[in-house]
Write a new protein. Structure first.
Ligand code: SAM
Length: 189
């Protein structure tokens, strides 16, 4: 992590204290960064970039492992901040930004995906996972944020990943709660 990126992340943490960004915690960011460095995915999909705090944590690791990061954000003001923050962090060239509703655009993805970070609307996680499912590589990792803070809103999602044989899933008490699911395609076929 360069000094420049650390400084940008710190500034965004201060901004987040003022509200309105709904960024992940620094602990969650560090975890996402570490897991990308360890698992070395080739294609990462993020839903809900906001102003790019989580995107920077993911992109910093994506750059190091040579992964492609595709992120969705549909609020134009957030997209402007996202672009500006990624430019400041010198990470913009590692990220493909889709400035649109992920629910409408996920179907267009041609890539096989091996890492997903879900952080849009919590009641849409299951719909989004099902759109991504045909494109997931075996052993793909799906991380869903707010699995403790919003567990009731994402009840259908949590039930699915914990009961569908194609997934191995566990809850981690990191930040607002991360549901970490591994797609075991072999089990579903
Ligand atoms: C919790 S915030 C994301 C915070 C960000 N991941 C971070 O930690 O820095 C949720 C964001 O998802 C965006 N969003 C929600 N549903 C979306 C969708 N279907 N497509 C694209 N963006 C979406 C919202 O506009 C909002 O900025």
């Amino acid at each position: 992590m360069t000094e420049r990126i650390t400084k940008i992340l710190k500034n965004l943490e201060e901004l987040n204290q003022q509200g309105g960004q709904w960024n992940i915690s620094a602990e969650t960011g560090q975890f996402l960064n570490k897991i990308v460095l360890t698992k070395k995915p080739e294609v990462i999909v993020e839903i809900g970039a906001s102003n790019g705090y989580s995107t920077i944590w993911l992109a910093e690791a994506a750059k190091k492992v040579g992964a492609k990061l595709i992120t969705y954000e549909f609020v134009p003001e957030k997209v402007r901040d996202l672009v500006s923050n990624l430019q400041k962090a010198d990470l913009i060239k590692y990220v493909q930004i889709i400035p649109d509703d992920a629910n409408k655009r996920l179907g267009e993805l041609n890539e096989r995906i091996d890492f997903v970070f879900l952080d849009g609307r919590k009641n849409e996680y299951l719909q989004q996972l099902k759109l991504l499912e045909p494109k997931l590589k075996p052993d793909a990792i799906i991380i869903a944020d707010n699995a403790i803070s919003h567990k009731h809103v994402m009840e259908d999602y949590l039930y699915y990943v914990n009961n569908e044989k194609a997934y191995q899933s566990e809850l981690k008490d990191i930040g607002t709660g991360l549901e970490i699911s591994i797609f075991k395609k072999a089990l579903s076929t």
